[in-house]
Design a protein around this ligand. Structure first.
Ligand code: NAD
Length: 473
């Protein structure tokens, strides 16, 4: 049985983590309270036609912090979504954006439906109606609030949102910047779909690369051969597994809501994905052991556990059974504060959600910049760089009389594509932010976790924005 997200404690848990970190800052209590508070909570309901009748859908958009504009955050489609959860996720977005130096306030949306029970046409109607409700209340716009995908939503929903917004704002030049995570054809950006998982892999690689930290928790440095279990084979989970294995780790376990599989010899995530598509389940994947109880999968032998499904998955009820030494939080809020404390006390390390899964918002920021500048990254300079690099190589060959191998020439000459620029911007962000967080932890020995250090950095940055904006004396 999967543990369901807790109904009403998620926002309190985020605030608990905030308060723990605030002790290490010197900001006045009033300012800390302002940073913590959810600035706007919009709860609404709207009808959708189903069969011969009408059904009322509950929905939310929360803008947690207006210290920066626009606000930014995904929209979750889930029958379990509730106001507390959307507030918590919006708050995490604020702290996340500050951590990775993305100039947005945090926001989040929620649509309380089980997507599996609706046709594509009904999902489109719901998404378009949700967007209209946001437009009516000024809760969406390239300079106001910019949604993105989250659990249960993806490129398709983002394109419906963009289309609805553009229809209702004819002639608005920057209208496409009203939402990110769009398909490429609608001026989305290459690399956005896989950005969160790719970012998780960079985060884990950075963490595992610090020899003294790995020694402290009883692991050898580096990702090579490290055993990974991933929970959730959705966008974040699939791409985390894919890139972690590309970087040298071995995927040994996958947990989905229908069960879990484990193979100490390694799993190929694409083969598991195909097996699930064909059979409707990850269960009975050839060569792997199947667990009917999905949560048992989290407790199998591994070095790194990547919860990438939902919040509140590692709690006081199961943390003692977790064998991993590192938890890399692909999902938002997968570890309760109490479980986190027990895990750290036991010598484990948690790469916190607000940093670990920030790759998505980082690349969403690039997409927003692309939409505002109305030109794809690399489009103007790609050919120019290739030509001048070729000229340079030709000159060197003429001067030295030596010829460079064709494959080396190709590598040196080519200009950077949009995808390469996006990935390098993402990699740089994840590397830089990791070491910024770790530095804070190393310099204040009382700070015991990367999460507290991340919150400290984040609070400090947001506090400065409030002061420079004159919002606070
Ligand atoms: P998704 O809908 O693409 O995938 C989620 C997967 O988790 C699904 O395959 C679902 O079946 C599975 N799942 C649900 N309940 C489960 C359970 N109890 N046990 C095992 N598996 C379960 O969603 P996503 O976009 O990958 O988001 C996953 C998490 O990552 C969420 O917490 C989300 O807030 C966070 N996140 C997503 C992004 C993004 O860019 N999509 C960015 C940052 C954080």
């Amino acid at each position: 049985m999967a543990i369901t997200p807790n109904e009403n404690n998620f926002f309190a848990d985020v605030c608990k983590n905030f308060d723990e970190a605030a002790r290490f800052t010197s900001h006045p209590e009033g300012l800390l309270n302002q940073i913590k508070a959810c600035n706007s909570v919009y709860r609404f309901q709207f009808p959708v036609r189903r069969g011969n009748g009408l059904e009322v859908v509950d929905a939310w958009r929360v803008e947690h912090s207006h210290h920066m504009s626009p606000t930014k955050g995904g929209i979750r489609y889930s029958e379990m979504v509730n106001e507390d959860e959307v507030m918590a996720l919006a708050a995490l977005m604020t702290y996340k954006c500050a951590i990775v130096n993305v100039p947005f306030g945090g926001a989040k949306g929620g649509v309380k439906i089980n997507t599996k029970q609706y046709s594509v046409a009904e999902l489109e109607t719901i998404t378009r109606r949700y967007t209209v409700e946001l437009i009516k209340k000024n809760f969406i716009g390239p300079g106001i609030d910019v949604p993105a995908p989250d659990y249960g939503s993806g490129e398709r929903e983002m394109s419906w949102i963009a289309d609805t917004y553009m229809t209702m704002n004819p002639g608005q030049l920057d209208a496409l910047g009203c939402v990110t995570g769009k398909p490429i054809a609608l001026h989305g950006i290459r690399g956005r779909k896989e950005a969160t998982g790719r970012g998780v892999a960079y985060a884990v690689r950075e963490c595992m690369g610090v020899g003294e930290d790995m020694k402290r928790i009883g692991l050898t440095p580096g990702l090579d051969g490290k055993r990974v279990i991933v929970q959730g084979l959705g966008n974040v989970g699939y791409h985390s597994a894919k890139f972690l294995t590309e970087f040298g780790a071995t995927l040994v376990g996958i947990c989905e809501f229908e069960g879990a599989i484990y193979d100490a010899n390694g799993l190929n995530v694409d083969e598991v994905f195909a097996h699930r598509k064909n059979t409707g389940s990850i269960a009975d994947f050839p060569g792997a052991k199947t667990f009917k109880n999905s949560m048992e999968g989290l407790e199998q032998d591994c070095d790194i556990l990547v919860p990438a499904a939902l919040e509140n998955q590692i709690t006081v009820h199961n943390v003692q059974n977790i064998k991993a030494k590192v938890i890399a939080e692909g999902a938002n809020g997968p570890t309760s504060p109490e479980a986190g404390a027990i895990f750290t006390e036991r010598g484990g390390m948690i790469i916190p959600d607000m940093y670990c899964n920030a790759g998505g918002v980082t690349v969403s920021y690039f997409e927003w910049l692309k939409n505002l500048s109305h030109v794809a990254f690399g489009r103007m300079e790609n050919r120019y760089a290739a030509n001048s690099n070729a000229n340079l190589i030709n000159t060197l060959e003429n001067l030295t009389g030596k010829t460079i191998l064709p494959e080396h020439r190709m590598m040196i000459v080519k200009g950077a594509s949009e995808l390469e620029l996006v990935n390098s911007g993402l990699e740089d962000t994840m590397i830089h932010s990791y070491h910024e967080i770790r530095e804070t932890m190393v310099h204040t020995p009382e700070i015991k976790t990367l999460r507290t250090a991340a919150f400290v950095n984040s609070i400090d940055k947001i506090a400065v924005s409030y002061m420079t904006l004159g919002v606070w004396p």
